[in-house]
Design a protein. Sequence first.
Length: 576
Amino acid sequence: MYILGLNIGHSATACLLKDGKIIGCVSEERFSRIKNHAGLPKKSIDYLLKEEGITLADINSIVLDDHYPILDNPDYGKVHHESYTKKSRLKHISFKVAYKYPNLYKKYKSLRGATKDKDILKQELSEILNYPKEKIKVIDHHYAHSLSPCFNLPKNEKTLIFTLDGEGSESCATINIFDGKNMETIARSNKIASVGNLYGIATIILGMKPLQHEFKVMGLAPYAKEESVNKIYNKFKELIWIDENLNFQSKFSMAFSDYFFKEEMKFVRFDNIAGAVQKLVEELSTEWIRRAIEKTGIHNIALSGGVFMNVKANQKISEMPEVHKIFVMPSSGDESNAIGCSFFGYQLYCKENIKELNVKPIEDLYLGPSYDDKYIEKMIQEKNLKERYEIKKVKNINQEVAKLLSQGYIVARSSGKSEWGARALGNRSILANPKNKETIKVINELIKDRDFWMPFTPSILDKFEKIYIKNPKKISAPYMVITFNSTEKAQNDLPAAMHPYDLTVRPQVVTKKYNKDYYEIIEKFQKLTGIGGILNTSFNLHGEPNVLTPEDAIHTVDNSGLRYLACGNYLFKKKD
């Protein structure tokens, strides 16, 4: 029994479920090489079907959400950015009127539909894929978000699921109760009061790309002085609040908040703006969750939606005494809706066929393609790589990588199945010694062209978790979705792999069960250095998606200051 879950908005993704278990999940950007590719993830679908040895005829149902379907516009981030930075004069006037007179805008908005008709969407997809229309299901965007964590939630306990994003299906936030089988939505906020849209526009105002660089604003925020942030924070606090029904309300539509920034934040320093919007997200989200827990008496929570990619806000939420258990959906932006859609399809199948819902938890995110040594050998020959690389097949590649890291070299790794989601988890990663602070400058300037204030992250052995991070609630941390305060030992061993200002870490706790080879690299590095973790950052050039194929890996090494690449059992060294 197969379900194909799709997200066809930005971060287009396809997910294949077989008999209640996710067996593959990939995003189109990895194949198209367009960051956050928007549209139908055709190459992702083709890969999943080929890998399983099936065709669309074997798929019981295709499920997708209804959020602004984009079937032919891959670079949506660019379009979104230009919609704010290159307004026509008429649009500029109408938007400013809507900002100044929000009640007038609400009346105007109610006269127009914002979401494509589900039946039309089914028909379009049916024609493109040559798949029966009656077997295509279209669900609410936020419902898909709320379903995405359900694979990993308790079957016999109630969980409060919070969704929070820019917008989708006319909403920006929901609160839901999940009992292991059924979902009840108890609050839904209109997109007008979108915390996510406010944060996205702050990203534009600070000269960065929306739907892509929000994490840079988060990384910048700790550098702002608290007293300076507090001077402007009250103006932000007046923008959005939570009503008695646990819904967000706002002074005006956050889609027009660029005018707020231009009028109210003129001559305000960039770091203080970042600090203020980050503080707003943290305070609103914790208040919202606290009040929901008080109202329902449910202390176990799950988080999904793009705003919960904000790992610092997630830390604040996790530290709340009201929160007993927390699960943050990995890569919780719209790419995770493909997973939520697959859950819906399986749930519906079981209901219609009187079968018990028997979903399997998602245990690791290595859900994409892998490439064996024969593939790599063929690439070496076809591209004449020996002309510019010293290449050797290594009997124990993990030992060799660990040795190079211990000697201070930076090594890119492209091995095993590729990771799904926004975080590199060792198989498509750039690795380095976390004790050497000079590494930060090298990676920033010669390899990734990163902004100087952005922190790096550590992958740490599970047996070093208690030694390096403060985690009193024993929150599982394999996916880099939440930050923790670091210990003094971590500050000594991992200074290049933590935020240099507030000393928090966003760890990947690595277990041998789910990635034996990566675990072995860190373990061998630990035996050589005494350090139980390594610096891990995504293997890509600035502005490009993470690498997928060995060809992508070579392209990245060719166009950066990287010298070493571990690809399968082959070690590549760039010739001088």
